[in-house]
Design a protein around this ligand. Structure first.
Ligand code: ZN
Length: 166
């Protein structure tokens, strides 16, 4: 039987309690554990001032690059590509699927709608695209049990008499 992580549905080794990601989260939820790691880093960097200066420079550079980018593009990132009337949908999807996936879904959906609006004479409803199915799932669609046919009736009866009547 597969062993599962205590905090998420991931399957893990037979002796493990949690998957790697959840184990790290669990461990560092304890402020003392976080402080221990931070203290170790501080001590080790105190002995290597050149490395400390280097890391600080990288940190400052990243910070400045990030802010320069946000000044130019604003804080909404991908949202600038989203048609204004779809921003609400985009925000909902972004929270569930991340910005990149959300943008792809919205744009694909817009393309499909534009295509349908153009070809209003298109025959019957086309099957859902993979993206549409994903969007349905993202919007809360659930799996439902597949139809299972019940056992068929007996093929033979005793001389034409149903067995239930005997
Ligand atoms: Zn886990």
């Amino acid at each position: 039987m597969a062993n599962h992580c205590a905090d998420c549905p991931a399957s893990i080794g037979p002796t493990a309690k949690r998957c790697k990601s959840c184990a790290a989260k669990h461990k560092y939820r304890d402020p003392a554990a976080r402080e221990k790691v931070a203290e170790g880093k501080r001590r080790s960097l105190a002995e290597r001032p050149a490395q400390l200066a280097h890391l600080r420079a990288i940190g400052a550079e990243t910070f400045h690059k990030m802010h320069a980018h946000m000044r130019v593009h604003g804080y909404r990132g991908n949202a600038k590509y989203v048609p204004p009337h779809r921003l609400e949908d985009y925000d909902k999807l972004r929270k569930k699927l991340g910005a990149g996936r959300a943008l792809t879904l919205i744009l694909e959906d817009e393309r499909i709608k534009a295509r349908r609006a153009k070809g209003a004479t298109a025959p019957a409803k086309p099957p859902m695209t993979f993206e549409e199915q994903l969007a349905r799932v993202a919007a809360g669609a659930q799996l439902v049990p597949a139809f299972k046919p019940r056992k068929t009736d007996p093929e033979f009866t005793l001389g034409g008499v149903a067995t239930g009547m005997i």
